[in-house]
Write a protein that binds this ligand. Structure first.
Ligand code: GDP
Length: 425
């Protein structure tokens, strides 16, 4: 059976923890989109790890970790990450890389950096991992698939030559930076080939057999619905679809095989990068939530940037869950809210004097003001609680209020960062 683990919001909802937890009973975990631009923090028996490219199931010796065709594959970053977890005492993971995955080229990172510099104040808040230039090239059909590393030298060099004509025109005239050479890029690609060769696989064929054999498969999403290029807060989105439906494409499996969609929602909101964020809070209130948030503060796992903070947004989350096709909501980081006397929850948006519960397009979203309902806090530590009935009444009320507002069942409540800190309902 295939289960997707995806985010309802802006990312950083705790998908890594939920995937790591579900991976205990899974055979295969697949990354199907995105690249090394976002991170998952995982705390388990080996310690604390920040993963960027590897799926969050790599910590078990019974799992196979797959980089699907939909991923922006940064080969040196992938193998650095493998090295890091091995150094942390984790057994060498079993990894497969799709022969159809495309590679982040060194110049993608350069173009990402130069473009953010050029845009200055109007930038997208990119992590400068090369993701936007990578996906632009993929869809402009000038990207490089892993399989092309195994093409003959002449053909590969001809393609590089063709591609860099355009790159060099930009480097020279727009960015005023050093130019690329065919031999330089070819040599880098040959280094990549050496690193990746033992892991290259026809992933969709592998998964076809795995599904037939009844294997338990997890699709792990990166970021969340708000960052989807079609359904999110365009243009302040990421460059590949963050929705469970894309899991079928980015892994190469039939869409009808995805039977369960676990959408991870955090008990408050946070966002990184620029873009609309209606229930955002500021000042001391935000600083305190940021400091107490996650496990040791809400700071980016990739960049260390402080995350923007806000109250739970039912409008965005209802929409986010709907677009994912949610069968189960995993409600995370609830323990963090135990310090609050009262907890505001955003239940509507006021746009031009009219209140709506439907998430609008970006043009309208810019004008939206949050409508809050204030719920009483539970003022206690809920870590360590394992049964739903044992949660304080106000805490259960908070969960049930949100469940009703978003209209999708909260079947798991996470009350701590650890692998087993979970309450099933
Ligand atoms: P992801 O990108 O969706 O995997 O999320 P991140 O890893 O960026 O952010 C989630 C953070 O919250 C991580 O530091 C997790 O260790 C932490 N976390 C996850 N679930 C819980 C929870 O239930 N309680 C607390 N306190 N922290 C959690």
């Amino acid at each position: 059976m295939v289960t997707a683990v995806v985010g309802a919001n802006w990312g950083d909802e705790g998908k890594g923890k939920i995937t790591d937890m579900l991976a205990e009973k899974a055979d295969i975990i697949i990354r199907f989109q995105g690249g090394a631009n976002a991170g998952h923090t995982i705390i388990n028996d080996y310690g604390k790890f920040a993963l960027h490219t590897l799926p969050s199931g790599v910590f078990y010796d019974h799992t196979t970790s797959i980089i699907g065709n939909g991923v922006a594959l940064d080969i040196p970053k992938l193998f650095n990450e493998v090295k890091q977890i091995e150094e942390g005492g984790v057994p060498t993971p079993k990894i497969l890389v799709s022969d159809r995955a495309q590679m982040v080229m060194p110049y993608h990172v350069l173009f990402d950096t130069y473009e953010e510099e050029r845009l200055a104040g109007a930038s997208f808040g990119s992590t400068k991992s090369g993701i936007a230039p990578f996906y632009s090239d993929k869809y402009a059909k000038i990207g490089f698939q892993v399989s092309e590393l195994f093409d003959d030298e002449k053909s590969l060099k001809e393609k590089i030559e063709r591609v860099i004509v355009q790159k060099n025109a930009l480097l020279e005239n727009l960015y005023h930076k050093p130019l690329l050479t065919v031999d330089g890029i070819y040599e880098t690609l040959m280094e990549y080939k050496e690193m990746v060769e033992p892991f290259v696989c026809d992933v969709s064929a592998y998964l076809y057999d795995a599904i037939k054999e009844g294997k338990s498969i997890l699709l792990e999403g990166q970021l969340g619905s708000m960052k989807d290029p079609d359904h999110g807060i365009y243009p302040m989105v990421t460059s590949s679809s963050t929705l469970a439906g894309y899991g079928a494409i980015g892994a190469g499996i039939p869409p009808y095989e995805i039977k369960k969609i676990v959408t991870v929602c955090k008990a408050y909101s946070s966002a990184v990068g620029a873009g609309e964020f209606v229930s955002e809070i500021f000042g001391d209130e935000a600083d305190e939530l940021r400091r107490r948030g996650g496990d040791g503060g809400e700071f980016g796992a990739t960049t260390g940037r402080p995350r923007r903070m806000g109250w739970f947004d039912c409008v965005a989350s209802k929409y986010g869950c709907r677009l994912q096709g949610t069968t189960d909501v995993a409600f995370t980081v609830l323990d963090v809210l135990g310090y609050l006397d009262e907890i505001p929850v955003c239940v509507g948006y006021e746009i031009d004097g009219v209140v709506t519960k439907d998430f609008p397009t970006t043009t309208k979203l810019k004008k939206a003001k949050p409508v809050y309902e204030v719920l009483p806090g539970w003022k206690s530590e809920i870590r360590g609680i394992t049964k739903y009935e044992d949660l304080p009444e106000n805490c259960r009320n908070y969960i049930e209020f949100i469940e009703k507002e978003i209209g999708f069942p909260i079947t798991m409540v996470s009350n701590g960062p650890g692998r087993h800190e979970i309450i099933y309902r």
